[in-house]
Design a protein around this ligand. Structure first.
Ligand code: ATP
Ligand code: MG
Ligand code: MG
Length: 555
């Protein structure tokens, strides 16, 4: 493989291999905190880590970073597993940082004994005030040099639940003058009195991210611990913690950073997504407007499209924003290859073919997928009275209107050529019926001269007597602003699009769709791609619009 196509993380690994790192020791992990559902940004990290696993035939652990019981829940663990599996990746081991609580505690005890950690008895405000600034050193805590035996005793009592939350913390004894603020005696443990979804009430002290993360990588013997750029400044601490506990006969993990995936017209942080859920701006984490994996799935996105998107958007060294139209391009491409073509009318107007026999039904055939050679066709009933879209008819269309108008011909998809003759209106002037005549020799595929005749436009339609009905939900961007959370004076909540959901209560579909299944994808001809929503119940179908046929956003 040429090195051109490698991303910069792969370059780092290739270099390590070239320097003698044994390939069989490569090991990766994806480390979500179970405090929310996965989003399209996580997909970047999932595709990166599991992609490396596939490429180098290396194990990839799924590690839940479950060190803050006040925000974490089993529901999130389950959702995360479901989403990764749906994307098509397999983890080697299901791990939990909480499985290492005892080991971490033992290491912390050792660090106290080595005079590398101490128990502080100050408020978080006091500790923050002593941190100093990047250009001036911090002030040592008055407890920094308390006797080792005293710290050991207090830490033990912290663990035993003798103290209230916030009263004591364990701090690493690093360097209060370090130019790296993360090195100024970072907190290793704090007291949290909350029920943990796995360890229950066993622990009331919980390790901080920096202390837990690198050590978990070490326990699992992860070779390359990949995280996002904001952790660049944490790397020194990651290495310092490893220095305290590291056994040179074992593999020493290293942290490397890549740019977060950001997407235009949405927010990605779980805290903000949770706010949308809690304030009922959306129906849940899997609302089809959410940038979550579960929301995208419900919207009709496929694993292929999300993996393709991650691939095209790439792994960057610097922060950037990916245009959401790239994501839409990826699903449109995939569905164009795979979706079954059907006909549905969302805003109906009645059309009567006056020279077609009353009471007659003809079975026509609609090609399932012109992009796929062996996809076959399905039956679609045709009769005298049809629905077409209101916007496909104008009494007087003028030169540039290529749909149906009076005196002009169009083709009905996979059926006949019709000609607009007259309209029936109510007293207010609304069109009730469009009357047309058809050319009986023009049936599509019949091989006659008339069937080959070119007309200006082709319309989709459904037979009124045979149509089934459904609710159809169309979506627009959830936010009106390209970067809703990039405004200093305004919250992202101020940019919510009030019209992001449009519900069509009664759309008319060809009867073939009565057998639609949850994982089937459809192209409603000329309208876009649609998929069944789990809200569908017997006798009440609900379809979500995944994406339109073209990128209409730019207009
Ligand atoms: P959030 O702010 O959305 O809660 P997080 O980083 O706190 O994000 P984690 O559950 O800790 O969420 O993330 C698990 C892994 O996914 C981490 O390695 C993290 O770096 C990565 N990750 C999270 N968000 C993104 C993103 N937008 N782009 C790329 N990787 C991400
Ligand atoms: Mg995190
Ligand atoms: Mg987070």
């Amino acid at each position: 493989e040429s090195t051109e196509s490698l991303n910069f993380i792969e370059h780092i690994i290739e270099e390590d291999l070239a320097n003698g790192f044994p390939q069989e020791k490569l090991r990766f992990r994806f480390p979500p905190e179970p405090n929310g559902y996965l989003h399209i940004g996580h997909a970047a990290s999932i595709c990166l880590n599991f992609g490396l696993g596939e490429k180098y035939e290396a194990p990839v652990n799924l590690r839940f970073d479950d060190t803050n019981p006040s925000k974490e829940e089993q529901e999130y663990v389950d959702a995360i597993k479901r989403d990764i599996a749906w994307l098509g990746f397999k983890w080697a081991n299901e791990c939990y940082a909480s499985d290492y609580f005892q080991q971490l505690y033992d290491w912390a005890l050792q660090m106290i004994k080595d005079d590398k950690a101490y128990v502080d008895h100050q408020t978080s405000e006091q500790i923050a005030a002593q941190k100093g600034t990047p250009t001036s050193p911090g002030t040592a805590s008055p407890f920094r040099n308390r006797p080792i035996a005293e710290s050991l005793d207090l830490f033990n009592r912290m663990k035993n639940g003798e103290f209230p939350a916030g009263s004591y913390v364990l701090r690493a004894k690093v360097d209060m003058a370090s130019p790296n603020m993360h090195m100024r005696d970072p907190i290793m443990y704090r007291i949290i009195n909350a029920h943990h979804h796995r360890t229950g009430d066993k622990w009331c002290i919980y390790p901080m991210y920096d202390w837990a993360h690198g050590e978990s990588d070490y326990v699992e013997q992860v070779s390359h611990s990949l995280c996002t750029l904001e952790f660049r400044a944490h790397r020194e601490l990651y290495d310092w913690y490893l220095d305290q506990i590291y056994d040179p006969s074992l593999l020493r993990p290293k942290q490397r950073e890549f740019a977060r995936r950001n997407l235009s017209y949405t927010v990605m942080s779980k805290r903000k997504l949770l706010e949308l859920v809690q304030k009922n701006i959306v129906s849940g984490w899997d609302d089809p407007r959410m940038p979550t994996i579960s929301g995208l799935r419900r919207r009709g996105y496929t694993p292929t499209s999300i993996r393709k998107f991650s691939d095209l958007a790439g792994i960057a060294k610097r922060d950037n924003v990916t245009d959401v139209s790239l994501l839409e391009f990826c699903i449109r491409e995939d569905l164009n290859q795979t979706a079954t073509r059907v006909m549905a009318v969302l805003n109906p107007v009645k059309l009567v073919i006056t020279n077609y026999p009353e009471g007659q039904t003809e079975i026509l055939h609609l090609e399932n997928n012109p992009e796929e050679a062996n996809s076959g066709s399905h039956e679609v009933p045709f009769s005298r009275e049809l629905y077409i879209e209101q916007e496909d008819f104008k009494e007087d269309g003028g030169k540039n209107f290529f749909r149906l108008s009076l005196g002009n011909e169009v083709r009905l998809k996979s059926a006949y050529i019709i000609k607009g003759e007259s309209v029936v209106k109510d007293a207010a002037g609304n069109i009730l019926e469009i009357h047309v005549t058809y050319d009986p020799d023009s049936r599509s595929g019949s091989g006659t001269e008339a069937s080959e005749r070119k007309v200006k436009g082709t319309l989709h339609w459904v037979s009124i007597a045979h149509a089934i009905t459904a609710e159809v939900r169309e979506y627009d961007r959830l936010f009106l602003d390209e970067a809703p959370d990039a405004h200093e004076e305004k919250s992202f909540m101020e940019f919510i699009n009030p019209n992001s959901l449009n519900v069509i209560k009664k759309a008319y579909l060809e009867p073939f769709l009565a057998n639609a299944t949850m994982d089937s994808k459809y192209q409603f001809q000329r309208l876009g791609y649609f998929t069944l929503d789990p809200d569908s119940k017997n006798g009440h179908l609900v379809f979500n619009k995944t994406v339109g046929l073209k990128d209409t956003w730019a207009k």
